[in-house]
Design a protein around this ligand. Structure first.
Ligand SMILES: [Zn+2]
Length: 569
């Protein structure tokens, strides 16, 4: 009898637990109030954001906790990416990732330093077996920071499927303490004629409108019915928000229905890193390249292979006939289930569009290799380099001062390049000793140069590129510039570290080596601040004497700078 009563009590208790508590396999990785500056699936440059960005009050140094029990399976230290990052494998076959850390737990920190000294490398990527470092649920594993390619102090947090390393949407599988009663907001909508026979409002170009909102229901201003004919696509510029902050975040789920039938849907619950660049097909990339605005297309391009979508046979493209009215609805959802709806009507009106001038340009196929060349330029693109077919455009202008080839305009930046494509550029006569200093430079609209690397052979420079634009051959003959910040006249001006800024004019920094008393020492590199620094390590450096310091920095074309000093410590 007593036994039965306990069972009843337990059942009662389990059923009255809030859903949140039942689903919490993962605890919050910070003990401060959680606030997101970014969420899973947010649209970023060339990728979907694969985790949660937790704010840390614009400061570094907050304790970071393992969100479930497990063992450290991987430790990365990198000047870019997640900077200092820990990966913890859990018994449920998931891995949590903690990025941009300032410091690791002290035993892990000691191990990493040992490995850095053993390999004589600041950057390390260490795979670990289960017994090496374990972490209990909620055990502190490090301090939050701003390391790697971080735009300000925060914790980047991921949950991955361990066998595939696919990133999972943390908010979709676990309830973190992040209040969310706020619906997605729609900022702008666009209607696209998708071929030369189609029109929107009798134009061959997209129609852009700012919708009106009544609560979470959006519609076109003035009750506009869009007149169109042919193959039409719809795209939205929208963001999701959480209750306690104003950061624009990404949409979890969106669907398009016409006359009550669903045509297209995507859901951002899982992303494979190898497919993450398909973001450039998910959005109207041309508009993004031109204005920085990201419109998500509610149709699928033929070359888009990321499996986020459920579509009809038309892949979300609307076929608009004359004399018919189409009632469309786009529904946006966040993970918490808050929704916004955009309703629109399209009226089919046939209009004969002007026949486009016959196109003599070579057609590049998205699903095949493409090659094009003339006497000064060659391009070879692998199958799958593009999301759709397009007429390839190439122009050339005369070489100008400072360049060692003609200026090659390789199509337009509006077409995204998915896989690296090879270009070859004929160079002007280059003296032999300068050939190793040549590189392919991309020239921005503002005329700024950035290196696309490459190597010289038989009068041609060859490299691979991942964006269209203007390219030419330039030289980098200047070595990196080393500027001491903590040493003056052979004396230290800071008590516990030695800092430098290092910069390069074009090719970019390739490597650095720091020696104290002829022994390799760990200089940490923070390229976003052009900083190179050594923390005085009293375990490894014998103090109470004068030391020699030598710092060597080389750029990508092997120009080298050397800095020498002595100091007392
Ligand atoms: Zn992040």
């Amino acid at each position: 009898m007593i036994f039965l009563r306990i069972n009843v009590l337990i059942l009662f208790f389990v059923h009255t637990l809030p859903l949140a508590a039942q689903l919490r396999y993962y605890t919050d990785p910070l003990k401060t109030a959680l606030s997101l500056s970014g969420n899973f699936g947010e649209l970023r440059a060339d990728h979907f954001h694969t985790g949660l960005d937790f704010r840390t009050q614009r400061k570094t140094g907050f304790p970071v906790y393992a969100s479930a029990e497990g063992y450290v399976s991987r430790i990365v230290v990198s000047p870019t990416g997640f900077g200092r990052a820990l990966y913890i494998n859990h018994p449920n076959n998931t891995t949590t990732v903690y990025g941009h850390l300032l410091r690791f737990r002290s035993d892990i920190e000691d191990y990493v330093a040992e490995e850095q000294y053993r390999r004589r490398s600041f950057a390390v990527d260490l795979q670990l077996s289960p017994g090496r470092f374990t972490a209990a649920r909620q055990e502190q594993i490090g301090l939050s920071g701003n390391s790697g390619s971080s735009g300000g102090p925060h914790l980047h947090y991921e949950i991955r499927d361990t066998p595939t390393q696919d990133a999972l949407n943390p908010l979709h599988i676990n309830n973190f303490n992040i209040p969310d009663h706020t619906s997605p907001r729609i900022r702008s909508v666009r209607f696209y004629p998708l071929d030369s026979l189609s029109h929107v409002e009798f134009m061959g170009t997209p129609l852009t409108r700012t919708p009106q909102a009544v609560g979470n229901l959006y519609s076109l201003p003035g009750g506009q019915v869009v007149k169109a004919w042919g193959r039409i696509g719809v795209a939205l510029q929208s963001n999701d928000y959480f209750d306690n902050n104003g950061s624009p975040c990404g949409i979890f789920e969106a669907s398009l229905a016409v006359d009550g039938t669903e045509r297209f849907r995507y859901e951002l619950s899982r992303v494979a890193f190898s497919l993450n660049r398909y973001l450039n097909s998910h959005i109207d990339y041309g508009e993004y390249a031109e204005t920085g605005n990201r419109y998500v297309k509610m149709w699928l391009e033929p070359g888009n292979r990321i499996p986020l979508y459920t579509t009809d046979t038309m892949k979300g493209i609307l076929a608009i006939d004359s004399g018919k009215i189409y009632r469309g609805e786009v529904r946006l959802k966040d993970v918490a289930g808050n929704q916004s709806v955009f309703r629109f009507q399209i009226a089919g009106f046939y209009r004969e569009m002007p026949v486009p001038p016959s196109c003599s340009l070579p057609r590049f196929r998205h699903n095949a290799e493409n090659r094009w060349s003339d006497e000064e330029f060659e391009i070879i693109t692998p199958a799958g380099a593009f999301y759709d077919d397009f007429p390839f455009r190439y122009e050339r202008s005369e070489r100008t001062d400072g360049f060692f080839s003609a200026i090659h305009r390789v199509h337009r930046p509006a077409i995204p390049v998915h896989k690296a494509v090879t270009i070859r550029i004929k160079t002007a006569a280059l003296p032999e000793q300068l050939r190793s200093k040549a590189l392919v430079a991309e020239i921005s609209r503002e005329g700024l140069l950035s290196s696309a690397g490459g190597s010289w052979s038989e009068g041609w420079m060859q490299t691979t590129i991942r964006s269209f634009g203007s390219y030419s051959v330039a030289l980098d003959t200047l070595p990196p510039v080393i500027t001491p910040l903590s040493i003056k006249e052979n004396a230290l001006t800071e008590p516990s570290r030695i800092r430098f800024t290092i910069t390069d004019d074009l090719a970019g920094i390739k490597e650095h080596t720091g020696l104290i008393d002829d022994q390799w020492v760990l200089f940490e590199y923070d390229p976003k601040n052009s900083l190179l620094f050594y923390r005085i390590d009293s375990k490894r450096l014998q103090t109470g004497k004068r030391h020699t310091l030598l710092l060597k920095v080389t750029d990508q074309v092997d120009n080298e700078s050397v800095y020498r000093a002595t100091f007392w410590k």
